[in-house]
Design a protein around this ligand. Sequence first.
Ligand SMILES: [Zn+2]
Ligand SMILES: [Zn+2]
Length: 331
Amino acid sequence: MRVLPRHLRIALLVAACLSVLAIPTPATAAPALPMPAGWPLRGAPVVQQGFSPPALAWASGHRGIDLVARPGEEILAAASGTVRFAESIAGKPVVSIDHGSVRTTYEPVVSTLRVGERVELGQVIGVLKTGGHCLGCLHWGLREGRNYLDPLLLVGNRGGRLRLVAESQREVVEREDAARAMAAGSATQTSAVTPSARLGSHGFLHPVIGAVTSGFGMRLHPLRKVWKLHDGTDFAAACGTAIRAPYAGVVTRAFFNPAYGNRLFLSHGSVDGVQVKTAFNHAARYLVRPGQRVSRGQLIGEVGSTGLSTGCHLHLMVWLNGQLSNPMSWL
Ligand SMILES: [Zn+2]
Ligand SMILES: [Zn+2]
């Protein structure tokens, strides 16, 4: 048997590894998107969770968008095409439709369509089931080969939807900025403010876009059934929702606590003459590390339900001059 030179064997091994890992590469040419195209739901769908694809193929991320929808709601083809897939993957019903070079996916959706069947834009392709990664939502995906694309590209040319497109693009840009800043050792001081995020009188943002479900003060603890101080403000949001730095600062600590789950502390220094610190609790994970500088609006983590928690939410805490305070008195 002929033995290959060592450098050639290494080169072949590297090539084999790269083909197995299938690292997603940015599409070099603009994808050929089906036209016309539209939303997979009737009315004016609300984006619950935007597109934030992982930098690496195997990393976690959100490879599509989540639209608020009721179980049993009819799901529509986003463009004309051919049914590529309509069955369950790991117990989750998925429908996918080919539109030339791109494919749209819909889950969890049960369909009676057959593979190879032709569908038209707006045609009912199935009904929404429960059991996806968010409660009451349709996960809508768009891909071109191995590349995941933002499905909002399909509806971005419609009036009134551009804000959502900008928001999801901002998320990708911010993630790239954070990765670059992490590599460089210091974050860039941009003030990336999410358009729909609320800005308080001291210039602090709400760290998640979600309803306040429990305020600061005495309450009967939902799990421990005792009256105690609820030492922060709860924002309800689906697991995976972006948590953003409410203000520029430095990450001082990040650790797990059995009650607060995954915690992250930010020190914002002196703001309007007050020393301000914030803490984030119950997150699924954080994307920044102690010592790192963060800018206002920067993506710092994802909402979760770690620790003593009854569901996905962010428990935000604020200290003013070292005194634990009502976050809403400052935000
Ligand atoms: Zn999703
Ligand atoms: Zn709470």
